[in-house]
Design a protein around this ligand. Structure first.
Ligand SMILES: *[C@@H]1O[C@H](CO)[C@@H](O)[C@H](O)[C@H]1NC(C)=O
Length: 352
């Protein structure tokens, strides 16, 4: 038995309705000027075409109880029945085809902030009578709109505009979810809505998100934008790493955006076999390290290409492989000694 209310709550949540507080009536949020369906069905799901149901808006501090929609066996406010509150005239309908499935939901069109409040859906003549409560909040923020009114090759000004009531809290985040230091938000109240504008200047390529939160109605909505700040690759750093088996060339590219393609070439321009590039992404730009083993003396070139921005840069390094670049000073000393010994031995041999 205890599972039933929980189940209902879950079903309601799935259809975009969330519980206001844990024990409060289900909450429906809608943007101003949109239409909203207030759901209601008697627990018996019986045919209600010939029954009575009555939707009211509960009295608030500044307004009394209001008649929203009454249906009595086919007679209702849209078929000439008197008594509907001025506020709802011409804006509320039921769903005639749904009545036989026990569906007494109504739609309120063109919602206004003043429609916010608690509603009841009452079946006074069912045995036993049933009453359902629902809370409506008009003024939920729509998806923010993002523009970029100014940009240079080094930075971009991003502007987020959003409105709502209650006043939404707006912030800019980077792709890692860090809040960005933005300008002070500009707030303007037009009619019943708060219009917020929040600017931020970004200097790195990344995906940025503007988040609007209306905490009191548990509403959060966001929009994203990809910023691409040209990060043409600087000249790569080249190094010769010696290993037991030969020479390993290393090409390091730092802070390139978009991701560059890195290649090693020999002096004839032939691409040489490399290891898998190691790529690290740091806040929108890329560091790439590419290593290749070589066995011949040559000039080797590391070429960095960023096709989408038509950028290519390279640097070359001379690798003298047979000239003893592999031998360490101690080896050279050893060689001298060996030659000395050999010469000595030869001399001795000649003298004998
Ligand atoms: C009642 O009808 C409305 C309008 O067709 C629909 O949106 C809603 O889901 C229905 N409710 C149920 C419980 O079937």
């Amino acid at each position: 038995m205890e599972l039933l209310p929980l189940l209902c709550l879950c079903l309601l949540t799935r259809s975009g309705i969330t519980s206001a507080q844990l024990n409060g009536p289900p909450l429906i949020k809608v943007e101003q000027d949109r239409d909203v369906v207030l759901p209601c069905s008697p627990s018996t799901k019986e045919n209600i075409e010939f029954k009575l149901f009555d939707w009211k808006k509960v009295a608030q501090k500044d307004a009394g109880e209001k008649e929203v929609f009454m249906y009595d066996a086919g007679i209702h406010y849209n078929s000439g029945r008197p008594g509907q509150s001025e506020q709802f005239k011409g804006r509320v309908s039921h769903f005639p085809d749904e009545l036989k499935h026990g569906n007494a939901s109504i739609i309120i069109r063109n919602t206004k902030i003043s429609d916010s409040g608690e509603y009841t859906c009452h079946f006074p003549r069912l045995q036993p009578p049933q009453i359902f409560h629902i809370k409506l909040v008009v003024g939920a923020s729509p998806k923010p709109s993002i523009t970029s009114p100014k940009e240079t090759k080094d930075w971009s000004l991003l502007r987020c505009e959003v409105h709502g009531n209650p006043e939404p809290e707006v912030e800019w985040q980077d792709s890692a979810g860090n809040k960005l230091p933005a300008e002070k938000p500009q707030v303007e109240k037009i009619g019943d809505l708060f219009y917020i504008t929040l600017n931020v200047t970004v200097t790195k390529s990344d995906r940025y998100r503007c988040v609007a939160t209306q905490e009191t109605i548990s509403h959060q909505i966001s929009a994203e934008t990809d910023v691409y700040i040209s990060g043409a690759s600087p000249k790569p750093y080249l190094n010769i790493l010696e290993t037991k088996d030969g020479v390993l060339l290393q090409c390091e590219v730092l802070g390139a955006s978009p991701e560059p393609e890195v290649k090693w070439q020999d002096s004839d321009g032939n691409m040489i076999t490399s290891e898998e590039p190691q790529v690290t992404k740091k806040g929108g730009s890329y560091d790439v390290t590419l290593r290749a083993s070589v066995t011949k003396t040559d000039h080797y070139r590391c070429v960095v290409t960023q096709k989408t921005i038509n950028h290519s840069i390279s640097d070359k390094i001379y690798v003298p492989l047979n000239a003893g670049s592999q031998t360490h000073p101690s080896d050279q000393n050893l060689r001298k000694v060996m030659i000395g010994v050999a010469v000595g031995v030869l001399a001795e041999f000649l003298f004998l």
